[in-house]
Every structure is written in C-alpha cells, then in structure tokens.
Design a protein around this ligand. Structure first.
Ligand SMILES: *Cc1c(COP(=O)(O)O)cnc(C)c1O
Length: 351
C-alpha cells in the first residue's frame, strides 16, 4: 500500500479534553471504486479535506454508509480491536442495501491495522480513553439524476476519544418519542447509513431542549413497540429475564448488542429477543417487575436508563440507580476491551 506520511504532525490534545469525535489523527485511509478498476488505489495519506464535485451524488441523494468501532490501549500496553471483522461484515451488508459495491473484508481489516500503526502515537493511553474508528463510503459521480453512482470513495478516519463516563456510569433520562420514527420495515433501519440519522435529529434536539439525554424510538406502524434508544440497542430486565427487541428489519444489529446477549447466555441469565411494547414496559415498572433498563453501543458500551418520559408521565427505573446486571455487563465488556478481563470469547485481536 502507498503510504504518504505527513510532514506537519499535529499537536495531540490532552486526554481530559478529548470528548467524542472532535479531534482527528494525522493520517487517513482512502480507496476509490470505478466500474473499470473495481476498488483500487488504496493509500494512506495525510489527514486533509476531501475534494468533491458539488454535484457528487452523495450530497444530493445521500448514498452513504459508515461503521463505528474502537481500538483500545490495554492495561498491558497492547493495542486491541474488538470484533472488527463483524463491523466490516456489517459494512458490506449496509453497502448491499444501498447498492454500493462491497469491499474485501480481510483487505479492509489489514488496511485499518496499517492506518492504526501509522497513527499509533494517537491511541490515548489514559484510563477509559480509546481511538474511535470511522470507516465510510460515499457516492462520488458528479450527476443529478437519480440512479446508483458508478464511482465511490471509501475512507477511514481515526479520532482519539475520552472517557464516556467521568466518575462511574450515570443513568440517563429518556424521552419516548411519540410522533417521529426512525425506521420502517423494508426501509434502511437495519443498515448503518447516514440517511437514518438525518431523520432523527429533530426529535433528539427537541428532547435535549427539554432536558432529556436521548429519545426512545417506537415502531413506525403502531407507535407501540420499543425499537432503539438513540443510536443504541435497548434492553429491559423484567422478573430477572433480559428482553431486547428482535432484529426484524428496523433495528440496527449492534455488535455490542450481540456481545451482551452472548455474555448473558454464558452467565445463565435468561435473555429473550422479542417485541416489547412501551405499555408492557410501563406496567412492569409500575408493578416493580422492571428492575433495570440499559442501552448498548460502541461509544458508551452500556448506558443505564434512569427514567422514561412517556405520555406526560415520568417513570423511574431501578430507583434511578445502576442495576447489578447493567454494571456487570459494563465491567466485563470494558474489561475485555482494555485487557483487564480474560477474553474467553476471542472477541479481541491484538494489533
Ligand atoms: C451503530 C448503532 C448501534 C450500535 O451498534 P454497535 O455495533 O453496538 O456499536 C445501534 N443503533 C444504531 C441506530 C446504530 O447506528
């Protein structure tokens, strides 16, 4: 692979100022697609703005897909990736949904490793900090007609990110969104694409204005069944059984979600993938059967839900504290990611 190193490396921000997705490393990976050459010209170059024709199809019809994963600087000084193969499998599923040419998963993984090695000094070694990885593909034909683009660019950028929680897990306040929806069956809810997010920003900003952390999405047909929490998968602990909505086409198949399910099974805790209505959640909260609720995703790993706002009511869950299942999942997953807990599932790969 062609690697062009920067001649003007940037100053690295201090770990306590990292936040999420604000700083970018010195290099990026690029690869182009054309019908004649397929995917070609894989290269690592200095991080810089992309040059795009204003008619580029992605800017008009949103043919874009992405992934999100992390590299972790372990307590043993080793750098680990967490289930990265799963991210690239999912990226190809998203690509197929948007009629974008797929990439060779092994090739992409080795390109990512090369990019991380090029920017290895950017992996934060402060506790709970990590290197967020954002691969994405955009349609680049300069054309205003609606059809599949013929040319695409695949990019990977890297962003050092700070501790998601400062001083322990904090329960979130969730607004159950009654009118806007994020996905409908047959649409793109189960693909990781920018277009899914555009439709969710209004509800999210309105909820934030009212002091909520995130919105909970209900199904688009009946506005009844729980789908996701923000950009994370939703879980409820009812009578000691964990329930999460099934992957029926509107839900993003989270890699954290599947890891949570596998961990719970290995601990002998009941886990059911089934539809759960918001009325069932509220009835279970009222009766005391609902003891915990949490969201799962790469950014926050596990995020406890402290309360739900629905139909002018505030429903507190687990006394607005972190429940034992939520805490154990967080400790185990982050333990595996930072090399503190033995990885019996073979989820991590040392770089
Ligand atoms: C990325 C994403 C998730 C979480 O997936 P992970 O693989 O666990 O990070 C959940 N919901 C949506 C809508 C997402 O885009």
């Amino acid at each position: 692979m062609n690697i062009i190193k920067t001649t003007s490396p940037k100053t690295k921000p201090p770990a306590d100022q990292l936040g999420f997705g604000q700083y970018f490393t010195d290099h990026m990976f690029l690869c182009d697609y054309s019908p004649e050459k397929g995917w070609h010209d894989a290269r690592i170059v200095p991080y810089a703005p992309l040059s795009l024709d204003p008619a580029s199809m992605v800017l008009h019809y949103g043919q874009e897909l992405f992934e999100g994963l992390k590299a972790y600087y372990g307590v043993d000084g080793k750098v680990r990736l967490f289930r990265a193969e799963e991210n690239f499998k999912r990226m190809n599923r998203s690509a197929m949904r948007l009629h974008v040419p797929v990439l060779d998963e092994n090739f992409v993984l080795s390109a990512l490793k090369e990019l991380i090695r090029t920017d290895k000094d950017w992996i934060p070694d402060a506790p709970e900090c990590s290197l967020y990885i954002r691969p994405f593909i955009i349609a680049t034909d300069p054309f205003l007609g609606v059809r599949g683009s013929h040319n695409y660019t695949f990019v990977i950028i890297l962003s050092p990110v700070g501790a998601y929680y400062k001083g322990g897990l904090t329960p979130t306040r969730i607004f159950v969104e009654p009118s806007d929806v994020r996905a409908v069956r047959g649409g793109t809810g189960d693909a990781k694409i920018g277009g899914n997010y555009a439709a969710t920003i209004r509800a999210q900003e309105n909820a934030k204005l009212e002091g909520f952390t995130q919105v909970m999405w209900l199904d688009a047909i009946e506005r009844k069944y729980v789908e996701e929490i923000g950009t994370s998968n939703a879980f409820f602990v009812i009578n000691d059984t964990v329930i999460t909505p099934p992957l029926n086409g509107t839900i993003l198949p989270g890699i954290t979600r599947s890891s949570v399910i596998e961990l719970l099974r290995s601990w002998g805790i009941g886990i059911k993938e089934r539809q759960i209505s918001i009325d069932e959640v509220i009835a279970a909260a009222d009766s005391g059967a609902l003891t915990e609720s949490f969201a799962s995703g790469t950014a926050a790993v596990i995020s406890p839900v402290g309360s739900l706002h629905y139909d002018s009511r505030d429903i507190v869950i687990g006394g607005d504290n972190i429940g034992p299942t939520t805490q154990k999942l967080y400790d185990t997953l982050t333990g595996i990611q930072w090399g503190r807990v033995e990885d019996t599932f073979n989820w991590t790969k040392v770089l």
